[in-house]
Write a protein that binds this ligand. Sequence first.
Ligand SMILES: [Fe+2]
Length: 261
Amino acid sequence: MRIALIGDLHFVSPDDPSCRWRERRRHFAEAWPSFARTVALLREESPDLVVFLGDLVDYYSDENRDFALNQLDALKVPWLVTPGNHDFSPAAETDDTAPECPDPDEVRRRWAARGVAMGNRSVDADGVRLLLVDSPDSSVPEGTADWMRAETEGSARNVLITHVPLNTPEMADYILSVEPRRDLRKYVQSKAPTLFDDAVRGRVEAVFSGHLHFPGHVQVDATAMHLLPLGLCASGKAYRGQGRICLLDTSEKNSPVRIRE
Ligand SMILES: [Fe+2]
């Protein structure tokens, strides 16, 4: 089975009314036409499943949700998503131009109303168990480590997909080596500091995360941790590796990945 993994998209609908924020976020608001390139790459690769790493939208509004889902419908391929922080709200606490959003529980209901699941789930993909873990606020739901241990004990091969990277010293060092000013309270799972030791080490062969908008690979023991760059090509602002897709073939051992760009 061939699985395509795609990083943050940050779709903003041309019909969304939040004008001041749109001006500040023009690099994302005007990026959506580049998704046609991603769709073309996916058609060439014809994966059986696409998994998005979160931040489907730049901030939640019903208009942005519906616009993003219309874009994803163009894929004509089954897809899943693990949620990102922007799927719920913008950085309202730090930016007074940010639009108001409903509370996170209401936002989850509104995604679910369009058939989009965002909680912890496992999906079996031709001998590989995909664990989609809900981490948008740098924490994971209560009971996640126990759930992951049970899921991984029942499966020989496991892959973890989660928006915010796991909190390991190797990942923290890598992020700061690329961008020394990143706040690790936000850019790793700072509120789940033991998840790697509790439920990943020795159990999960690969981890895929987004959130940073730059690519990377960090090996921690037998676990390959991949950072996926921005899934769209931003307008007027270059993010390293932007627009790449990552391909995983479950017939190959230890989840080696292939990059298309
Ligand atoms: Fe993002």
